[in-house]
Design a protein around this ligand. Structure first.
Ligand SMILES: Cc1ncc(COP(=O)(O)O)c(C=O)c1O
Length: 362
C-alpha cells in the first residue's frame, strides 16, 4: 500500500498537472465530434492526414506522421538517420529517454550504439558536440532535459550545435516531448526552433494533456521512410483516431496556455525555495516543469507529504523518489489545476511544509 499516493488522491486540490487520467479526458474530446466522421485505415484517410498536415505546418516541416508513442517514433528516426549515414551510432545525453526509459530498444532492435554527451548533472553544450570523440550519424537533443528537472541550453548554443552538425554532415534530431512548454522561455515559435533540426518528435500527453501519441516531422523523404518503419513496428493500428482526434482537441485547448503554465511554474518554484531544506532544479524553471529536492530521505519525506495532504487538503505530490540515502525529489509539471487552487490554501500548505522541515531536520 502506498500511503502517500492514497492520501494524495483524497486531497481536495492538487497542485500539478491537468487532473487525473480519467476516461472523461477522452469523452470530453469526443463530445462535440460528428459520429459520422469516417475513421482512417492503417494511416490513410482524411482525418489523420489533415491532422498530420496541420502538425507539419506548426513545426515548419515538409511532412509529419502520427505515431502511437514517442518511443516508437524516435527509435525509428534514429534508425533512418543511421541507415542513411551507414553508421550505427547516435549521440545523446546520458539521461535522455532513449538511454534510460526504453529498455535498450535502440541496441536490441536496431543494433545502434549510443555515444553519451555531457554528464548527468547538466545539459549538452556546444563543446560536448564539437569535442565528440567518436563519429555519430545523429545527435539527439532532448529539450527540456527532463531527468535534470527540465533544464535548457541557451538558444545561441542550439544555433551553434545546429550549424556545427550541418557543417559536419551529422543529422540533428529534437526530442521535443515538451517542445510547446519551452516556447515561452525561448520566445520562439515551434517552427523557429524546429528549423534548427532535421527531424523532430512531439508528444500530445505532456503539457498538451491528451491521451497518448506522438508526431514525427521532417522532410518528405524521411517521413515516407518512417511510415514503412511504423508498419514494421506494428505501429500502424487500423485506427488511431481516439488518439489523434483527442490530441487535436487538447492541442487547441492548451496551446495558448503554455506561457501561463511557465509563469505559474516560476511562482510555484519560488514557494518551494522559501522552505527550509527544499530547493528546486532548476532554481528558476525554464518551462512548466521542475524538480523539487529535499535534504531528507525518501521515507521521511513520504511522511511529511502525507501529513500535508491530510492537514491542508492540498496534494503537493503523490510520489517521491530517492536520490541518495539522505536526499529525495519529485517532479512537478504545472498545468490547468494550478490556476484553480485557492491561494490561501496553497500558502497554508507551504507554511506546513516549511514548519515540518524545520521541526524534523533543522
Ligand atoms: C523526453 C521524452 N522523450 C520521449 C518520451 C516517450 O514518449 P512515449 O511515452 O509516447 O513513448 C517521453 C515520455 O515520457 C519523454 O518524456
Amino acid at each position: 500500500m502506498n500511503k502517500l499516493l492514497d492520501a494524495f488522491k483524497q486531497t481536495t486540490f492538487q497542485v500539478n498537472g491537468h487532473g487525473p487520467r480519467k476516461i472523461q479526458v477522452l469523452k470530453e474530446a469526443f463530445e462535440n465530434l460528428d459520429g459520422q466522421l469516417e475513421s482512417e485505415m492503417y494511416g490513410k484517410g482524411k482525418l489523420i492526414e489533415d491532422f498530420q498536415e496541420k502538425m507539419a505546418f506548426v513545426l515548419g516541416k515538409e511532412a509529419a506522421v502520427f505515431f502511437p508513442s514517442g518511443t516508437m517514433a524516435q527509435q525509428i528516426a534514429m534508425r533512418i538517420w543511421c541507415d542513411e549515414k551507414g553508421l550505427k551510432k547516435v549521440a545523446y545525453h546520458p539521461l535522455c529517454h532513449l538511454e534510460v526509459h526504453e529498455e535498450d530498444g535502440l541496441r536490441e532492435l536496431h543494433q545502434i550504439e549510443s555515444v553519451l554527451l555531457a554528464d548527468k548533472t547538466r545539459v549538452i553544450e556546444f563543446e560536448d558536440v564539437a569535442g565528440m570523440k567518436e563519429d555519430a550519424a545523429c545527435v539527439l537533443l532532448e529539450l527540456p532535459q527532463r531527468e535534470i528537472g527540465g533544464q535548457l541550453p541557451d538558444y545561441q548554443t542550439l544555433e551553434a550545435i545546429s550549424a556545427y552538425c550541418k557543417e559536419k554532415g551529422i543529422m540533428l534530431h529534437l526530442d521535443g516531448a515538451r517542445l510547446f512548454e519551452i516556447l515561452p522561455y525561448y520566445e520562439k515559435t515551434a517552427a523557429e526552433i524546429c528549423s534548427l533540426f532535421d527531424s523532430v518528435y512531439i508528444s500530445f500527453y505532456k503539457g498538451i494533456g491528451g491521451i497518448a501519441g506522438a508526431v514525427l516531422a521532417g522532410d518528405s523523404d524521411f517521413i515516407e521512410k518512417s511510415k514503412i518503419w511504423k508498419r514494421r513496428h506494428g505501429g500502424d493500428l487500423i485506427s488511431l483516431y481516439p488518439y489523434y482526434l483527442s490530441a487535436d482537441y487538447y492541442f487547441e485547448k492548451r496551446i495558448g496556455k503554455m506561457k501561463q503554465y511557465y509563469e505559474h511554474a516560476k511562482e510555484l518554484a519560488g514557494f518551494y525555495n522559501q522552505c527550509y531544506g527544499v530547493t528546486t532544479k532548476p532554481e528558476v524553471p525554464v518551462s512548466n516543469m521542475f524538480h523539487v529536492h529535499f535534504d531528507a530521505p525518501k521515507e521521511e519525506m513520504e511522511q511529511v507529504l502525507t501529513e500535508i495532504c491530510v492537514e491542508s487538503g492540498i496534494g503537493l505530490s503523490g510520489h517521491i523518489r530517492e536520490v541518495t540515502e539522505t536526499n529525495s525529489y519529485f517532479e512537478v509539471s504545472v498545468g490547468d489545476l494550478y490556476e484553480i487552487l485557492p491561494r490561501e490554501k496553497l500558502m497554508d500548505a507551504f507554511k506546513l511544509l516549511d514548519e515540518k522541515m524545520r521541526t524534523k531536520f533543522l
